[in-house]
Design a protein around this ligand. Structure first.
Ligand SMILES: [Zn+2]
Length: 263
């Protein structure tokens, strides 16, 4: 372990210039989605960036023996996005185009974040956290389908869940939903409503009026920085806005106990 305030020692990532000089760069086959779409991925990159694949492809796992990993419940569109990031270390400027050509960027961003969380791709998870927080820094109502997906697939401690609640808190109003939206409200997860309810109650307890434009969000509070030095270097530093209430991620330690809604 590194001392507080210092970065852990960096492990050098694999280089294309090195792997391309190997007579046969080691590939693994990943079969993705219900149709088992085959991807041939360089093992050096997979195991470097993903703790999950590192374990799956070394040691006693079945996958380690035959070099094939099957991910039936992963969408090929998400895997496309992952592979592009894996080899370039850049997030796409157009998620939908790389995923499958459909236009729901919000959905693909949340899906890629969930993928990074599930397969322990720490650098991608951090990059996606920053990208999603940035996307909502011009607050707009998150699509209900994205909220439902996030709550169904992320651990209850994830800061993006709080972000989705707080963005909804400052942007939602009842006339905003058409009949379709109103119907979808019924599908929102119980944990979402509990957090929304707590947010309303907390603001009321402080006599902070919930009118549009009353709140100014400290977006850095949803970044989950590893330490104070990392936080100090964050490009998003909160500056109090005159006449507005500061809204930040609820103190995780003050949260009500997990209601056990996850099955
Ligand atoms: Zn930050």
């Amino acid at each position: 372990m590194s001392a507080p305030g210092t970065s852990p020692p960096k492990v050098v990532p694999p280089l294309h210039s090195v792997t391309s000089q190997q007579s046969a760069p080691a590939n693994v086959i990943i079969e993705v989605g219900p149709d088992g779409n085959k991807y041939y991925i360089q093992k050096a990159f997979l195991v470097h960036y993903s703790e999950y694949f590192s374990k799956a492809l070394s040691g006693t796992w079945e996958e380690a023996k035959n070099g094939v990993v099957t991910l039936t419940d992963v969408l090929p569109g998400v895997f496309n996005l992952f592979v592009e990031w894996l080899y370039t270390q850049h997030l796409p400027s157009n998620y939908s185009q790389i995923a499958d050509g459909t236009t729901h960027e919000h959905k693909w961003m949340i899906r890629l974040y969930v993928f990074a969380d599930r397969f322990a791709v720490a650098a991608l998870r951090t990059a996606m956290n920053r990208a999603i927080v940035k996307k909502y820094s011009k607050p707009s109502l998150p699509p209900y389908s994205s909220i439902i997906y996030a709550f169904d697939n992320l651990p209850s401690t994830d800061p993006i869940l709080d972000l989705l609640v707080d963005i909804t808190f400052i942007t939602w109003h009842s006339s905003r939903d058409g009949p379709k939206g109103a119907a979808m409200i019924q599908d929102l997860p119980k944990d979402f409503f509990i957090r929304f309810y707590m947010r309303v109650g907390n603001e009321r307890a402080q006599n902070r009026a919930n009118v549009f434009g009353a709140f100014d969000i400290d977006f850095c509070s949803y970044h989950e920085h590893e330490n104070e030095a990392d936080k100090d270097n964050c490009p998003i530093q909160y500056k109090p806005a005159a006449g507005k209430y500061k809204l930040e991620r609820p103190d995780v330690n003050k949260k009500p106990k997990d209601t056990g809604s996850s099955s």
